[in-house]
Design a protein around this ligand. Sequence first.
Ligand SMILES: C[S@@+](CC[C@H](N)C(=O)[O-])C[C@H]1O[C@@H](n2cnc3c(N)ncnc32)[C@H](O)[C@@H]1O
Length: 479
Amino acid sequence: MARQVWQSERRLTAIGRTTLSVPARQAVTDLQITPTTTVLDYGCGRGGDVRGLEGMAVPAVGWDPFYQPDGRVQPADVVLLTYVLNIIEDPSERRATLRQAWDLAGSLLVVSTRLTWERTKVRGDEYADGLLTSRNTFQHLFSPSELRGFVQEVTGVRCVAAAPGIIYAFKDDSSRLGYLARRILPSAQWLSSNDSASAIAAVVDHAERRGRLPRLEEMPQQMAEILGHVQPPDLQRLVRRTAEPAKVDAGARRSTLDTLLFLAVELFNGRGPFSSLPLSVQLDVRAFFSSYVEACRRADRLLLKLRDDAYVLGAMQASAAGKVTGTALYVHRRAVLRLPTVLRLYEHCAAVAAGRPADWSIVKLCHQGRAASWMDYPDFDRDPHPQLSSSYSVDLRTLEPVYSSYVDAPDRPVLHRKHEFLAPDDPDAAKYRRLSRAEMQAGLYANPHLIGTATGWQAELQRCERELRGHRLIRRPVA
Ligand SMILES: C[S@@+](CC[C@H](N)C(=O)[O-])C[C@H]1O[C@@H](n2cnc3c(N)ncnc32)[C@H](O)[C@@H]1O
């Protein structure tokens, strides 16, 4: 490919990487990049991701118009287009580059760019639809919804936000739905098995957990080999004799709700034909619904419920975990699986549209309006009153996310009564509850308007002559 004359110093935007970039790491964690997938890093810069992936035995190649002009531009299962679109000054070239990368992707295109909230980190003068820095490099900072919309428009497929600013565009519905299923449904857990008896015990355990017998194709290979000779009716009889009916019923109820949750997210993200669903979901639909049509109808109703204020508020008030305020429900990451299905759907729809950040501790779901925020309190477990470090919010009506960092804020918001965000049976809940009780008795919550930030909270501790030792409140020693 002939080198073009660029209006900016694009080559200067490429940094030397010693670890995988965030989007490449995301694709690896999401099992989209494995040693069995080929990868093309399109616009690979100095090639750090290619080397990193090769180090993980992934067959990866890179091409870059400046650094690797002779690299192989060849189709690959996964194409990475990371931090390239934002440095291209010409919108029509941006579009053409995205199109070329999409054409080369066999299964998945991963696109990432720098985002609008990095504006304070990029100094430069306005130029075309971006900024020109003093080094003559160009940056068009995308808003997350602009990026998703752009990738959807050029590829013509429904995209999923894997994380803020990281978009996945899948070539076919079954790859997209397989990815969504892994994100949404609890992964099948198998007891280890190395002989017929332990393999049958593992099948019984699966039946009790999932509410149905697994098919051979769903089992780990070793187990499938051990049980390959057992006829399905014999296996059924064996399991029926051993499994506890109450557990199987509870498993079936859980799986029915999980399937509805998945199908409702699927409707939100773009529904595919039954044959494009992952095998386990197809089997769940067959086992727990009279037909796919019936399952979809119920999932559609569930999605509709998300619009019903009274229903959503009722679900929040009935939730086994989390704290409901006048505007929203707040729940800790460890307790989200305990939320009613409609609220799990709420959180998943927001995550699929905007990307769930990697680091977060509490999610806030508004019942006045529809917006989700993932808030990060990095010291939630250690600090009795952890400070907020960042918040990433998305309004479900506009799908426009907003990111706020509090790391450099002079007075950061702090959290109180930590137990309220957890499920009541969380191992730490009792300790946190004891502390909250002691704080209340000491009068520390008498002025709620004063204790929202670290400074105000410290002042109240002083006023009440108290201090904290870990999760214990003690009287401040007299000076
Ligand atoms: C910010 S760097 C990103 C490099 C790499 N993807 C990474 O994340 O480390 C942008 C790269 O895009 C390359 N580039 C510029 N124009 C391009 C185009 N039209 N198509 C593909 N790559 C391009 C530049 O040479 C530069 O190396």
